[in-house]
Design a protein around this ligand. Structure first.
Ligand code: FBP
Ligand code: MG
Ligand code: MG
Length: 336
């Protein structure tokens, strides 16, 4: 590496990128752009809180459970509040559904036309052990008129109705990766400048992957087709990778090629992951990157949610690997 390499100019700042994209759509009002800036701002704050959490006594359990009976971590609660505050101040969002909220959270002051579905902190079990975690978000247009009460119809939209989706990953660096339906772009945070810069342009995932990611501790309660797929990966010496933070597992696989599976198990008959604020966003991103996301049979983005915290089996990643897993599920009667 030469000094010239080290001094390479830093890429386009997120703000400029958003502005340039917006100017390509003459009728865009700028509200979605502002919303994305609000998410980036909250992400910077959460990133800072995470990096100091070991020093500031905000690791560990909060002492309460969320609506799904899972222990909330202090940072789950903090991140939820940070995103809600930023979106409330921004004024573009009328309501939020969140892993950490029992029901729809209508934002007091808001006349905004957008709805957010969010997992404020994904991979909570990894907070205290300094492993990558993230935030996942989906953006929808509200269906009801501005000023009316937000309804279940507003928040229970199919994934294909997303107008934007993305995630923040708090890893060896912090990144914001998002799509508005025109490809996927990734931005890396430069902490001393306090800015996200475009670092991954028009991301595409390899058609054939090199990793498989599934919690094999539950192997004996997988259905036959999933077992067969895992066995086949082992026979073919496909590398296993499983962090236990969906965002981090997804991010690696999207960049390098691979499949992430969270199937149904005996203890989780619909899988563990939540359709509205975990799976839909990642399904939108992977399709934009040329990959595939299903519940083993149906395209994730076409599933009509019926409840806020609904779970769904999840198969996502490189197209050929997901198709192979699906084909084994179809033939699973013969596999048993
Ligand atoms: O420990 P398991 O069962 O493999 O579950 C891991 C999965 O659960 C999750 O942690 C759920 O997310 P939350 O931390 O937001 O509840 C995913 O990030 C992860 O992939
Ligand atoms: Mg999660
Ligand atoms: Mg979470």
């Amino acid at each position: 590496m030469t000094t010239e390499d080290i001094n390479l100019p830093i890429g386009i700042p997120l703000d400029r990128f958003i502005q340039e994209r917006q100017s390509q759509f003459p009728f865009a009002s700028g509200e979605l752009s502002q919303l994305l800036r609000d998410i980036a701002l909250a992400g910077k704050i959460v990133n800072l809180e995470i990096s100091r959490s070991g020093l500031n006594d905000i690791e560990g359990a909060y002492g309460s459970k969320n609506v799904q009976g899972e222990d909330q971590q202090k940072l789950d609660v903090i991140a939820n509040e940070r995103f809600i505050n930023a979106l409330t101040k921004g004024g573009e969002v009328c309501a939020i559904i969140s892993e950490e909220e029992d029901t729809i959270r209508e934002l007091e002051s808001s006349k905004g036309k957008y709805i957010i579905a969010i997992d404020p902190l994904d991979g909570s079990s990894n907070i205290d052990v300094n492993v990558s975690i993230g935030t996942i978000f989906s953006v929808y247009r509200r269906k009801s008129n501005i000023g009316e009460k937000v309804t279940m119809d507003d928040v229970l939209q199919r994934g294909e109705e997303q107008v934007a989706a993305g995630y923040l990953i708090y890893g060896s660096s912090c990144m914001l990766v998002y799509t508005t339906g025109y490809g996927v772009n990734g931005f890396t945070y430069e902490p001393s400048l306090g800015e996200f810069f475009l670092s991954h342009t028009n991301l595409k995932t390899p058609e054939e992957g090199k990793y498989y990611s599934i919690n094999e501790g539950s192997y004996f309660s997988f259905e036959a087709g999933v077992k067969a797929f895992v066995d086949e990966c082992k026979q073919n010496k496909v590398s296993a990778r499983y962090i236990g933070s969906l965002v981090a597992d997804f991010h690696r696989n999207m960049l390098k090629g691979g499949i992430y599976i969270y199937p149904k198990t005996e203890s989780a008959p619909n899988g563990k992951l939540r359709l509205c604020y975990e799976c839909n966003a990642l399904a939108f991103l992977i399709e934009q990157a040329g990959g595939r996301a299903t519940d083993g049979e149906n395209r994730i983005l076409e599933i009509q949610p019926t409840t806020l915290h609904q779970r769904v089996p999840f198969f996502i990643g490189s197209e050929k690997m997901v198709l192979r897993a699906e084909s084994l599920l179809v033939g699973q009667e013969e596999v048993i």
